[in-house]
Design a protein around this ligand. Structure first.
Ligand SMILES: C[S@@+](CC[C@H](N)C(=O)[O-])C[C@H]1O[C@@H](n2cnc3c(N)ncnc32)[C@H](O)[C@@H]1O
Length: 431
């Protein structure tokens, strides 16, 4: 994979000292020590403690996350006992968030249902011999058969939806730890690499259920007055489930304009469950619902560039974005990959402009909106992401914006083909 622009999502929220202050936006890795948050390693996520602090300092009562991901904001809002709504457009990530938000169900009931599923899986005699190529690349026969047995038992189970989704979550969350090939969580699959430690599928299932039930029990005791959040599989550009003037605080992080393909990142899991047959299905099943943030997304936009550039939504940044578009269109012709970054960039800002208009509808006057964002430089052409997003927010009806830099990026990246300094931080939008 070419790494021209793509900074691994892993790097996005790293804890760093900034002028002696610890950056609380932090990495999702911190969440791996925290009950419930740790159920699923979503490296595109930000840290629970940072969200907690923001909710309390900003005194949010109705909190919205339009790019909800694995549910960090909703979980912390529940612990704090305040209202929250999350929107997530990726069908697989939505299910992950929804399952984590089931932490309040009876842990004993969950354990009983999971154990029943496991014992039914152990009884199965798997005769199936052909699996999708990716699955065969990722697992030897004896492991595939155990996972297949769990999957078949899951399809046959007639538990209620919430329990069934939690069991789906357990099976899904062991898919990477049970594969001996390179399948680092929330990364592209690397069938040519091998992992040192692999867990037996049935043991991994049992251990995961045990850990989750422990967390449920502890957190239910700790937060007896937790609130109930809502999460919807909708598009941040159009969120019909969020009432007008509902949110007083928005905490979020959109996909960065850095060519990370959120759809491809879940190919293993979606293939395993039969949601997709191969890479070609990702566009229809996932990417079309997401904001444009990778070049795989834009092949069909070739004839629409002028229309997008003339869109009234881009008025406040039109001159600047046209200049960047033209420079990228020229630069790509000199590069081997000929990547369509010029199309990706205009589609990205057009999409985010729609998000700001929708956010204006669903936020109260005087609200605070916090976007964790990073800038980018495809083919070494600088894109001032925070400034442009701020301008688009003002044009959508917000009063002011200010960027608070948290850290520099692209300072240690050895393989990069450009040396443009990049940064990451919080874009504060008010009004
Ligand atoms: C940086 S991640 C957010 C992670 C989240 N803060 C967490 O802690 O888990 C961005 C998320 O936006 C989602 N997304 C992309 N396009 C979207 C859209 N149009 N509407 C809603 N969500 C979208 C992606 O699937 C991804 O989960």
């Amino acid at each position: 994979m070419e790494n021209e622009v793509h900074e691994p999502q892993l790097e996005l929220f790293k804890t760093e000292k900034n002028n002696g202050k610890v950056d609380l936006t932090s990495t999702f890795a911190d969440n791996m020590k925290l009950p419930i948050h740790r159920w699923y390693r979503y490296t595109a996520g930000f840290s629970g403690p940072w969200v907690r602090e923001l909710i309390s300092t900003e005194n949010g009562q109705n909190v919205l996350d339009p790019f909800g991901g694995s549910g960090t904001v909703m979980l912390e809002s529940e612990f704090a006992g305040i209202n929250s709504i999350g929107i997530e457009a990726h069908p697989y990530v939505f299910r992950i968030a929804k399952a984590k938000l089931s932490w309040k169900i009876d842990p004993q009931e969950f354990k009983d249902s999971a154990r029943k599923l496991l014992s039914q899986a152990k009884e199965k005699n798997i005769t199936k011999s052909k699996y999708p190529k990716l699955i065969e690349q990722c697992y030897p026969k004896e492991i595939i058969e155990k996972l297949e047995a769990l999957k078949q038992a899951w399809f046959e189970s007639n538990d209620n939806t919430e329990l069934k989704e939690l069991n789906w979550f357990v099976i899904t969350s062991i898919l990477r730890t049970t594969s001996p090939v390179g399948t680092a969580q929330w990364q592209y699959i690397q069938p040519s690499k091998t992992k040192g430690r692999v867990l037996d599928a049935f043991l991994a299932f049992e251990a995961k259920v045990y850990d989750m039930a422990q967390d449920m029990q502890n957190m239910q005791r700790k937060y007896p007055n937790a609130s109930n959040s809502e999460v919807y599989m909708e598009d941040a550009r159009h969120m019909p489930s969020v009432p007008d003037a509902w949110a007083d605080l928005v905490i979020t992080s959109p996909p960065y304009a850095n060519n990370y393909d959120y759809a491809d990142a879940t190919r293993l899991e979606m293939t395993f469950w039969g949601d997709i047959e191969g890479w070609g299905d990702l566009q229809d099943k996932v990417r079309q619902f997401l904001v444009t943030a990778c070049t795989q997304h834009v092949t069909k936009l070739k004839d629409k560039a002028d229309e997008i550039l003339d869109s009234p939504l881009l008025t406040p940044i039109r001159a600047e974005i046209k200049a960047v578009f033209n420079e990228l269109a020229e630069t790509r012709l000199t590069r081997g990959g000929k990547k369509n970054y010029h199309l990706m960039i205009i589609a990205y800002f057009n999409d985010l402009a729609k998000v700001f208009h929708e956010l204006r509808r669903v936020t109260k006057s005087g609200c605070t909106v916090c976007f964790v964002v990073g800038d980018s430089a495809p083919y070494g052409v600088y894109v001032p992401v925070d400034k442009w997003l701020g301008e688009l927010a003002i044009s959508a009806g917000f009063d002011s914006y200010e960027f608070e830099k948290l850290r520099d990026r692209n300072t240690k990246w050895k393989n990069r083909k450009h040396r443009v300094p990049l940064h990451e931080g919080r874009l504060w939008i008010k009004g």
